[in-house]
Design a binder for this molecule. Structure first.
Ligand code: ADP
Ligand code: ADP
Ligand code: MG
Length: 713
């Protein structure tokens, strides 16, 4: 085994690899960019070296620098993780030329599978079924369009160098072919520097089922069963599971046999995944699956396979790279129970899964899975870390295992609803809605499921009055007074006989909320919503009240620290009797964390968690509100940092509602910014401009509103 390895990656996967290395007594070297100077992977590794600026092109994609660090630190091998350099055969050549070991397959294997067109030719020869379509050299648009017609619509245009669902367009109708082609090419060029495409038959009711394979340097290859990754949005995986629901022994045998055949055809060594597309329109049939591509690396969703086989795939990677044989034979690899992985992302599901950035001011994962289940949280961030626009916005992977699919699904739902993230928009509510979706729960999934149910899966019910009251209470700071252990300070509480009150203003979405929070001398709270101004005036109990003090300052003088008691809120049954025992709200006992809605305060905001939903309330600073209102009205702003890729209209153009105005490239995806109403363009951003979150992209000569991004797919 190696004494020391370098991990050429960041985030959760770097942390994941370090964990196994440590278990095996292997020392680790991390590399990091400017943005990651204080990242978790840097902290966990035994050593860490800075390799460049934040953009991946200047750091994590700089093979030369990474190899130099490996040599300088005495690392013997490089683990690439996934993404970045993991599937770059030139990098592998350089690693080997520097007399280091690449923890992964040979450059030749990666080249054989690197381009989807060449891989399909190869698999055809090896006798593995491939998706019908055109995967030739010639790329003239007329030829591609005629191939598409031959194949029959709908078709899928795919970048041959594609990965992560990028550079892919589904086309329903010949009229849309050329537009889709240029979109796919542009995205492919930007993400992979290669705009060659293939055209495939779009499989109806498709399921994505993939096989984990593993090879060693002695010609052995095994499979570790399948994973189902059909729950996708924009061709990207959302929740993965193993085994595939409804899998038949016949299909499993045919598929795993094809997968091992594929691995052997390229003398594969290390961890790899053969992705198949399955036509599930008539259930799972042994002759209805086709090779899509091979990922010649560790897959994001590898933990579900680890959960059902009990095998540490990173350990196997290290052993095989160090020259050991596969630790188990095919017969010794067994399936047990069921596992799910949910990818928690910083993104806005309701706005077309737009990637989000922000600082994770509050981050809390469940401590343990429910009885009988097991759980793993794979993450590379801690509370206080920022989601950088330079990298994938994944926050964590929540992985659960149960004795069967239902037990695992229950554990997944429970874990999602105990996860608390504040500071960025996250997809936990969407994941929980998907886990609870009737079709998903029944195992009736295909890659179109999320799209069909998108409305329901992304709709969030408005906050209840209880949630709003909780937000107001948290915003007031009244529930965060330090508990008293000091007998002297609790005695001091006796000096206060009057209730104290604060008027609190909040905003949820576009709605202004005014609440009155009252704290009684016995440390009970009352929150009143929508109180008419005159009523509030008339019932302020004299001296203790100060209705116009906003939040941020201590609500109650520090001397008031009575012992903890019950607290309650709700609409007072009688407006004349604040703190009377007759409230209509629910009643909670302090310290009863299971029942009390959980909250997190972060700069300018309060988040209230209800199940997997985090309701975000802004606590506006009254001084800046007038400004904001004035600025918002006649422009479209960048919803996130990015690059203005394409500008489709010019100053003076008359545009109509829904018309695409420009394409913003952010986080390697394209986002079309469309007109939110009819108008005349007064000003528009320049092509090639780098913009930050909130930059004005378009100014209308007439009135307009905020940018509504439309998904690229
Ligand atoms: P998986 O099937 O494991 O989800 P994906 O193809 O989605 O694999 O990619 C895994 C990760 O690697 C994702 O985070 C994706 O953003 C990233 N990725 C994939 N291809 C590339 C690439 N060519 N360059 C940079 N990152 C990539
Ligand atoms: P990537 O390299 O981006 O992962 P893939 O070829 O693996 O690209 O395809 C990504 C996803 O797109 C698949 O998981 C599947 O959902 C969908 N897809 C790919 N090919 C087809 C097809 N021919 N018909 C229907 N869906 C497809
Ligand atoms: Mg794929």
């Amino acid at each position: 085994m190696f004494a020391k390895i370098l991990i050429a990656n960041r985030g959760e996967i770097a942390c994941r690899v370090i964990r196994t290395a440590r278990k095996l007594g292997v020392r680790t070297v991390a590399v990091y960019s400017d943005a990651d100077a204080h990242a978790m992977h840097v902290e966990l590794a035994d050593e860490a070296m800075h390799i460049g600026a934040s953009p991946a092109g200047e750091s994590y994609l700089r093979g030369d620098k990474i190899i130099a660090v490996a040599r300088a630190t005495g690392a013997e091998a490089i683990h690439p993780g996934y993404g970045f350099l993991s599937e770059n055969p030139d990098f592998v050549d350089q690693v080997v030329a520097s007399r280091l070991i690449f923890i992964g397959p040979s450059a030749a294997s990666i080249r054989a599978m690197g381009l989807k067109d060449a891989a399909k030719h190869l698999m055809e020869k090896a006798g593995v079924p491939v998706v019908p379509g055109y995967h030739g050299e010639a790329q003239e648009i007329v030829l591609l369009a005629s191939k598409a017609r031959e194949i029959g619509y709908p078709v899928l245009i795919k970048a041959r160098a594609g990965g992560g669902g990028k550079g892919m367009r589904r086309v329903e109708h010949p009229d849309d072919f050329s537009e889709a082609l240029s979109g796919a090419r542009r995205e492919a060029k930007a993400a992979f520097g290669d705009d060659h495409v293939l055209v495939e038959k779009y499989i109806e009711k498709p399921r994505h089922i993939e096989c984990q394979v593993f090879g060693d340097n002695f010609g052995n290859a095994v499979h570790l069963f399948e994973r189902d990754c059909s729950a996708q949005r924009r061709h990207q995986k959302v929740i993965e599971e193993a085994p595939a629901p409804g899998m038949t022994p016949e299909l499993r045998e045919a598929m795993t046999e094809a997968a091992v055949k594929a691995a052997k055809a390229i003398a594969y060594s290390g961890a790899g995944t053969i992705e198949f597309i399955v036509d599930a329109s008539q259930g799972l049939q042994a002759d209805r699956f086709w090779f899509m591509e091979m990922n010649t690396r560790l897959q994001v969703e590898h933990p579900v396979t680890e959960m059902v086989t009990g095998i540490d795939l990173v350990e196997w990677q290290l052993r095989v790279a160090a020259g050991e044989r596969l630790p188990k034979t095919q017969n010794e690899i067994e399936l047990s129970g069921h596992a799910f992985e949910a990818r928690i992302y910083a993104e806005d599901a309701a706005r077309g899964f737009l990637p989000a950035t922000g600082t994770l001011h509050h981050l809390k994962f469940p401590k343990a899975a429910p009885e009988g289940a097991t759980m793993r949280i794979e993450t590379g961030v801690r509370a206080g870390d920022a989601i950088s626009p330079c990298y994938d916005p994944m926050i964590a992977k929540l992985v659960v295992h149960g004795k069967d699919r239902q037990a695992a699904l229950d554990a997944l739902g429970a874990a999602l609803s105990q996860t608390e993230i504040a500071g960025s928009t996250v997809n936990t509510a969407f994941l929980a809605a998907l886990a609870a979706d009737a079709d998903f729960a029944a195992g009736d999934i295909d890659t179109g499921l999320i799209g069909r149910h998108q409305q329901a899966l992304t709709a969030v019910p408005p906050p209840s009055r209880e949630i709003i009251a909780t937000a107001a209470l948290a915003a007031s700071g009244a529930d965060h007074l330090p508990p008293s252990e000091d007998p002297w300070s609790s005695l001091a509480g006796y000096a206060h006989f009057h209730p104290m009150a604060r008027r609190t203003r909040l905003r949820h979405d576009e709605e202004e909320i005014v609440a009155r929070v009252l704290v009684g001398p016995d440390r009970r709270f009352e929150v009143t919503l929508d109180e008419p101004a005159d009523a509030a005036q008339s019932r302020e109990p004299d001296a203790a009240l100060d209705p116009d003090v906003f939040l941020g300052e201590p609500l109650v003088p520090p001397v008031l620290r009575p012992p903890m008691t019950d607290w309650e809120w709700g609409t007072p049954a009688s407006p004349q009797s604040p703190l009377a025992p007759s409230f209509t709200g629910r009643r909670f006992r302090q310290g009863d964390e299971g029942q009390r809605p959980r909250t997190a305060r972060w700069p300018g905001h309060v988040t209230v968690f209800e199940g997997a939903i985090g309701y975000i309330f802004a606590v506006p600073d009254p001084l800046v509100r007038a400004d904001e209102a004035a600025a918002a009205f006649d422009s479209l702003r960048a919803p996130m940092p990015g690059l203005v890729k394409l500008v489709r209209v010019a100053t003076g153009d008359v545009v109509t509602k829904g018309q695409p105005l420009l394409v913003l490239e952010a986080m390697k995806m394209e986002h079309t910014i469309s007109a939110t109403h009819d108008g005349v363009i007064a000003e528009i951003a320049a092509e090639g401009a780098q913009v930050t979150d909130g930059t004005v992209l378009v100014r209308f000569a007439e009135e307009a509103h905020t940018a509504m991004p439309v998904s690229a797919g």
